[in-house]
Design a protein around this ligand. Sequence first.
Ligand SMILES: Nc1ncnc2c1ncn2[C@@H]1O[C@H](COP(=O)(O)OP(=O)(O)O)[C@@H](O)[C@H]1O
Ligand SMILES: [Mg+2]
Length: 270
Amino acid sequence: MNAEGTAVDAHREVPAPPAGRAVLEARDVVVAYGGVRAVDGMSIEVHAGQAVGLIGPNGAGKSSFLASLGGQQRAAAGRIVLDGHDVTRLPAHRRARLGMVRTFQMTSEFGGMTTFENLLAAGVGVEGASLANVVFRRRSQRDLDRRVHARVWEVLDRFEATHIADLYGRELSGGQRRLVEIMRCLMRSPNVLLLDEPMVGVAPHLVQRLVGDLKSLRDDGIALVIVEHALEVVQELCDHVNVMGLGRLIAAGTYDEVVRDPAVQAAYLG
Ligand SMILES: Nc1ncnc2c1ncn2[C@@H]1O[C@H](COP(=O)(O)OP(=O)(O)O)[C@@H](O)[C@H]1O
Ligand SMILES: [Mg+2]
C-alpha cells in the first residue's frame, strides 16, 4: 500500500521513456473472454529501437495483451496507437500495413513449403503483389515479382539463412523455424515486431544466435515487444521490462530493477 492507501500496481511510476514520440502506445487495454478479464487495464509505451520485455507468471495475460496489440484479439476497452494512428479497431492486416506485425508459430501447412516459398507467401500482398501474379507471372507484374523475390534473398542473406532456402518447413530445426517466423515478418519491413516466446523449442546453443539476430533488428531501429519465459534472454535483450500479474502491470523498469521488486517476486511465487 502507498500513502493514499491504494495498492501499488498499475499506477506506480515507471522510468522516463527515451526522448521522442512512442512508436507504439497502448493505454488501459482490456481483453475479456466471456466475463473474464484476462487483460484488465494494461498500458505500454515502446520507442523505435527499443526492445521491451513482457514477463509474468503463467496466465498473467501476456499472450492476450500481445494479441490485442497485433489485432488478433479484440480490445474490449482501451486505446492502441501506432505511429500516431489509432489502430484499436483495425484488423491485423491493416496494422501490418502500418508497420506492426506479430510472429506466428509455423503451423503444419508451412511444413510442406520451402523456406523460400514461405517468405514469398509472406511477401504476397505487400506492395500490391498478389498470389495470382506471383504464380502466373503476368508480364505486367514481372517487375513486382522480381522485387518480392529480391526481398526474399535480401532477408535470407541478412540472417545468413540462404542455405535453408530450399528446405521444407518440416525439415527445419526448432531454432530454424523460429528464424523463418521472424523472417516472414521482416518481408513486410515492420517498424514494430511483436514476438510471443520466440525461444520456445530452440536448442540452447542456438538461443544466443537468435538473441543476436533480434538485437541487430533492434539496433536497426525496429521496436520489439517480446513475451519471453527465459529470463536470461529478457535480461540480455530488453532495455525495458514490463511485468504483468493478473492482467495488470505490476512493475516496470530495467531487468535488474524489476527482478528485485517484491511485488514481482510475490507474483512469481504466488
Ligand atoms: N481463447 C481464450 N478463451 C478463454 N480464456 C482464455 C483464452 N486465452 C487465454 N485465456 C485465459 O486468459 C488468461 C490469460 O491467458 P494468457 O493471455 O495466455 O496468459 P499468459 O500468456 O500470460 O500465460 C488465462 O486465465 C487463460 O486461461
Ligand atoms: Mg502466453
